[in-house]
Structure formats: structure tokens, C-alpha cells
Ligand binder design. Sequence first.
Ligand SMILES: Nc1ncnc2c1ncn2[C@@H]1O[C@H](COP(=O)(O)OP(=O)(O)OP(=O)(O)O)[C@@H](O)[C@H]1O
Ligand SMILES: [Mg+2]
Length: 223
Amino acid sequence: MILEAKELNYFYQDGDSRRYVLKDTNVGFEKGKFYTILGQSGSGKTTLLSLLSALDSPHSGNVLFNEQDIKKIGYEKYRRNNVGIIFQSYNLIPAFTAVENVLVPMAITENEIPEDQKTVAYNLLDYIGIVKSKADRPVNKLSGGEQQRVAIARALATNVELILADEPTGNLDEEMEQEIIDIFKKLAHEHDKCVVVVTHSNEIAQQSDQTFMLQKGKLSAYE
Ligand SMILES: Nc1ncnc2c1ncn2[C@@H]1O[C@H](COP(=O)(O)OP(=O)(O)OP(=O)(O)O)[C@@H](O)[C@H]1O
Ligand SMILES: [Mg+2]
């Protein structure tokens, strides 16, 4: 398992009582697989992903990356070196070009990146479907689907094996959605990455290797 959650608890204080979003939640993910997580709005999918990506910490329980507690690795270090995160609203730097956006995480990671980072960034973007002329354009001059591709290239820029995405196709039309999902499949099946995607779409879930359902604070295998 590249990533595991053990007995995660996360709650909001509501007066004198606790409202649990995650209750003794357990899950494990392997490399080479494309996973989806389904669940009603408000079921805690974003909360779970934020704990798995060390953007927030659980009240109790552990997240293990390659069997090591991410608290021990250090949250910032884990984010810098081990995990790529993709959001529904892309979260790119709007005035930066596509290639400049991809260079940002390369500047702060401790992972080995080949000397010529710009070439690496152009190649990554090209692989994801952003040609050179678009790579040199400020990202606010790109379409939503193109911006999400840039965000995927950025997530991959540090050579991570783990990609976590929160409704990455939520703002895209169906055709663009399928193209993005095809990229995720390829990353899992041809490049041995572990890809975990939160989605509302049953069609996307059907294309994944394994689907989990988040319900009442717990994850269960779906189907
Ligand atoms: N600051 C807060 N205070 C209290 N409750 C909160 C707070 N932030 C989030 N919540 C609650 O936590 C629960 C889980 O939220 P979360 O965003 O993880 O759900 P989600 O499954 O991602 O939903 P969606 O599908 O709509 O994105 C929701 O019921 C939400 O209202
Ligand atoms: Mg959410």
C-alpha cells in the first residue's frame, strides 16, 4: 500500500456535541490503480482528501505513506515531495504561463528533477496535451479543460507516485471530462501511479479499478 488511512476521526464541535465527518475511517490505496470515491454532498469527501494530502490533520488516527506516518515525514515535506493534488477549480496562478505554473513545485521539491527543468515542464505539458504555443500563454487565457491539464502537469512535476484529485472534472463538459479521466487511467496503468479521484459521477466510477463509497463517516467498497 502506498497510502493508508487508519482509524481516522474528524469532527466539528456543535455546542456540547461532536458532529463526526469521519468516524474510525480506514482505507488503503495501491500503486498502478485508479480509484474513485463517491458520496453524497456533505459526506466528507473533501475532508478525507484534505487529510490524505496533509492540508489538514485528523483529531485522531493516522495517514501512512509507504508505511510511514505522514506526521513523522512532516506535513510540508510530504506535500512538497510525495503527493500531487488537483482541485475542481484548478488553483493555478492566473497571470503565470502554463509552463511557469508547472515550474513552481519543481522549485520547492527535494526530489530529483533533471537539470533542465523548463524542458521537463514543456515535455510534461506536451504529454498531457498542452502544446508549446499554449504552454507559453498565461493560464487565464486557457479554457477550463486546458487549465485542468496544466494543473495535472503541475501535480506530476515533482515526480510523485501519488495523485489525489477532488472533483477534477466538476467544471468541465462531458467530452473534456472523458479526456481528463483517460489521462488519469494512463497515469495509473502505464506509469504505475496511484490515482485517487473524488467524484459525483457514476460513469467515472465505473471506469475506475475500485470505487469506495463514503457514507456516515465510513468508507466501504462499492459494487
Ligand atoms: N467549518 C465548518 N464547520 C462546521 N461544519 C463544517 C465546516 N466545514 C465543513 N463542514 C461540514 O463537514 C461536512 C463534510 O464536508 P465536505 O466538504 O468534506 O463534504 P463533501 O463530501 O466534500 O461535499 P461536496 O460533495 O459538496 O463537495 C459537511 O457536512 C460540512 O457542512
Ligand atoms: Mg467536496
